[in-house]
Ligand binder design. Structure first.
Ligand code: HGY
Ligand code: MN
Ligand code: MN
Length: 419
């Protein structure tokens, strides 16, 4: 009979609270948000804190060339490939304490519990955090995992620049996170990521966990719209080349596409809309905007991209606003490994946790690792309708504790395979 282990929920919550204080800001109404942009000083402080915890847990820590941190725990048979678990430490500008952090710290809690019980698993275990999962500073999400799994070349990643022209390479070097370990060397036996659902389904339907079946496709673009800045009062309407209006027309068209039913379950967001010069009495001459498209269906995502391209071309013709765009991220829909999903579900059953299959609406490091090894995810319900990328993001100690138990026992099960 397989032993069912229990994580130390209080210790996990203490670590989440401590990490959550790094990059914390007062979001108002007594709510603290987290701002730990990738490769910022706050991100570096959070990384170093977590690295110190890895070392305190007796793990051998190594940093690869893109700044991913791997913490290795020996198994009984060093010749066997390790089970890997992890997530990210960086956040969006107005983030919460759980996105990414829960995945890293629940993996650490699994190791801490195995240490407490003096359990050595047959396979080694590696826990990890990956650089710049969010992508909001340098424009490409899951960057560290994409480089580690050979989807994005290291040089291309280091060359990415933020809005101030600072590159990933500059920041890795400045923060001393360009590690000695060559990227692309890690080949886990399996990869598991624990992550907040970031949506309302599990909580609304009364589930303790989600067994994630896959991740929807993601397409990010940066649009540059160039019209002509002119006087807001003296310029007759038919003389205008209004970049702000053009951006708004694209935004409206995106919503029309989402509700039309023509593109399946398309979701679209214009998260950045930056008009210049940004004055009340000047027609915007230039707008920088982003478009985030998501779709679980690859063909529907591609159709939406084509439709958007055509709309932008036609709008440029009719408005006189010059519209160009750059694809900054593109990942196909991913289906997670059936066996790992079954292991998670059977562990949840052993723990008497209510669980259901669920598709990930957000992108995750796991989708990159799924190209290299059998991979799946454990989703954690959240309060406030599971809101995320918002300081109101909140999962309770009970919800986090269930997830940590599920991750711990999933790791142990996978680490006993093939021994
Ligand atoms: O954008 C995403 O889906 C993830 O939070 N990086
Ligand atoms: Mn995340
Ligand atoms: Mn996120």
């Amino acid at each position: 009979m397989t032993q069912t282990l229990r994580a130390n929920r209080d210790r996990l919550m203490q670590s989440l609270d401590e990490l959550g204080r790094i990059g914390a800001y007062d979001a108002g109404n007594g709510v603290m948000g987290v701002r730990r942009l990738a490769l910022s000083d706050e991100d570096a402080t959070g990384r170093r804190l977590v690295m110190s915890w890895f070392e305190q847990a007796g793990l051998a820590v190594s940093i690869d060339q893109i700044g991913n941190a791997y913490a290795d725990r020996p198994g009984a048979d060093p010749a066997l490939a390790p089970v890997m678990a992890g997530s990210h430490v960086d956040s969006v500008p107005t983030g919460g304490r759980f996105d990414g952090a829960l995945g890293v710290l629940s993996a650490l809690e699994a190791v801490r519990t195995l240490n407490d019980l003096s359990i050595t698993t047959p396979r080694p275990i590696t826990i990890a955090y990956f650089t710049d999962e969010e992508g909001c500073r340098f424009g490409t999400d899951m960057l560290g995992s994409a480089v580690a799994t050979d989807r994005i070349p290291l040089a291309d990643a280091r060359a990415l620049r933020d809005a101030d022209g600072i590159s990933v390479g500059d920041e890795l070097d400045r923060l001393d996170f360009a590690g000695p370990e060559p990227v692309g060397q890690r080949r886990p036996h399996a990869f598991v990521e624990c992550h907040v659902e970031q949506g309302p389904i599990l909580a609304r339907e009364g589930y303790d966990l989600g067994v994630v079946t896959g991740v929807q496709g993601i397409s990010w673009r940066r649009l540059t719209l160039v019209g002509s800045a002119a006087h807001a009062g003296a310029t007759p309407t038919d003389y205008r080349k209004d970049a702000g209006l053009a951006a708004a027309q694209i935004n409206v068209r995106l919503r029309e596409m989402c509700v039309s039913g023509e593109f399946g379950e398309l979701r679209a967001t214009m998260g950045v809309i930056r008009p210049e010069p940004g004055s009340v009495n000047v027609i915007p001459g230039r707008v920088t905007a982003t478009v985030d498209l998501r779709n679980p269906d690859a063909d529907a995502l591609a159709a939406a991209e084509r439709t958007l391209d055509n709309f932008c071309r036609e709008l440029a013709e009719s408005s006189g606003v010059h519209i160009t765009w750059q694809q900054t991220a593109r990942t196909p829909p991913v289906i997670f490994d059936e066996h790992v999903r079954v292991v998670i579900a059977s562990v949840a059953d052993r723990l008497a946790l209510r669980h259901r299959p669920i598709v990930a609406g957000a992108g995750h490091d796991a989708q990159e690792w799924s190209r290299l090894c059998p991979t799946a995810m454990i989703f954690v319900p959240g309060e406030n309708d599971g809101i995320s990328h918002n300081p109101l993001e909140l999962s309770t100690p009970e919800q986090c504790g269930h997830a940590a138990d599920a991750l711990l026992n999933t790791i142990v099960t996978l680490a006993g395979e093939g021994a």
